[in-house]
Design a protein around this ligand. Structure first.
Ligand SMILES: Nc1ncnc2c1ncn2[C@@H]1O[C@H](COP(=O)(O)OP(=O)(O)O)[C@@H](O)[C@H]1O
Ligand SMILES: [Mg+2]
Length: 305
């Protein structure tokens, strides 16, 4: 639901005075660079032409699902129409938004496997106004095998999503921790890749592998795909270790590390139990402020309108 200009400026005013915003650790501050500011964007007067962002890292537990839910909620607060796709057979995104696989009629699996289905058959509203989602189910793990003999099997999700891009402003795909056919489907459907990266030493090795896959997808099924950015997650400002990892990521990918980082805080696991985004569960927390700032950073950089 679009917010009026006055509502947005009210949110703006609230965040200016909240302690949380100044508590966010930024890459600039860690790297000793000038501080950046990402303004509140104007409300959209029309919707559609959605930018599709895959949230990918082949390692589990790095913050993909947390990022998908909370970044989506932050975009929705800015009046963007948001669709989240749970694209992991472990369906953590569905769980994190309080959707039980027992209660659903079908999932993204049906959309992949049965051409007669439509997105609207499985679309669910979330507790966040303006944010919808398509759930996943364990059966999604059978999709890779089930699609082996299908022609253009890498492009199925792209076809499915093309039917709803006119309605949404941003579609976020929460990928599973692997670089198999499902993730290739997500990458083939996407304009952008967002890589949450846990700030620990071995994290960088995985990025090189991911970079290879992005290049392969670019060469074969989706020439338009680009890296939107690497998001430092689980950042602990008290440790030298987190800072060193951030420095190394920034050396390896100078133009591609988000200024906003996500700190390690117990508030995130709590939100999963609560079944809602941190932006509503703990609205004035640093975690909520961080994902709000990330949404503004992505809009300011032209990743999303
Ligand atoms: N910034 C953070 N600080 C602390 N815990 C986090 C943070 N981000 C995510 N978590 C927790 O870490 C676990 C893994 O996060 P998740 O987003 O599910 O990762 P992935 O989708 O990459 O497997 C979850 O329990 C989640 O609540
Ligand atoms: Mg996940």
């Amino acid at each position: 639901m679009a917010k009026s200009a006055s509502e947005i400026s009210r949110l703006n005013a609230k965040s200016t005075f909240s302690k949380a915003d100044s508590d966010i650790v930024t890459s600039s501050s860690v790297l000793g660079k000038p501080a950046k500011d990402f303004p509140y964007p104007a409300p959209l007067t029309e919707h559609g032409n959605a930018k599709i962002i895959s949230v990918v890292n082949q390692k589990g537990g790095v913050g993909k699902t947390t990022t998908t839910i909370n970044l989506g909620a932050a975009f929705a607060e800015l009046g963007r129409r948001v669709l989240l796709i749970d694209f992991d057979p472990q369906h953590s995104l569905s769980i994190g938004l309080n959707v039980s696989t027992r209660d659903i009629e079908g999932s993204v699996y049906n959309l992949l496997m049965d051409e007669s289905t439509q997105v609207s058959d499985f679309l669910l509203k979330t507790s966040v106004p303006g944010m919808d989602m398509i759930p996943a189910h364990e059966d999604l793990s059978g999709a890779e095998g089930g699609l082996v003999n299908v022609i253009a099997r890498e492009k199925i999700l792209k076809r499915v999503l093309s039917t709803v891009t006119d309605f949404y402003d941003v579609i976020l795909i929460d990928c599973q921790p692997s670089l198999g056919l499902l993730t290739v489907n997500a990458l083939t459907a996407s304009h952008w890749v967002l890589v949450p990266l846990e700030c620990e030493y071995f994290a960088l090795r995985g990025v090189a592998l991911l970079d290879d896959i992005i290049k392969k997808v670019k060469a074969n099924t989706n020439p338009d795909i680009e890296l939107l950015g690497i998001l430092p997650t689980m950042f602990d400002k008290k440790t030298v270790h987190s800072r060193e990892v951030l420095e190394r990521i920034s050396e390896a990918f100078p133009a591609h590390v988000f200024d906003t980082t996500i700190a390690r805080t117990v508030r995130f696991p709590e939100t999963t139990v609560a079944g809602e985004p941190i932006t509503s569960y703990a609205s004035s927390s640093v975690g909520a402020a961080s994902y709000r700032r990330l949404a503004r950073e992505i809009i300011a950089n032209g990743g999303v309108r």
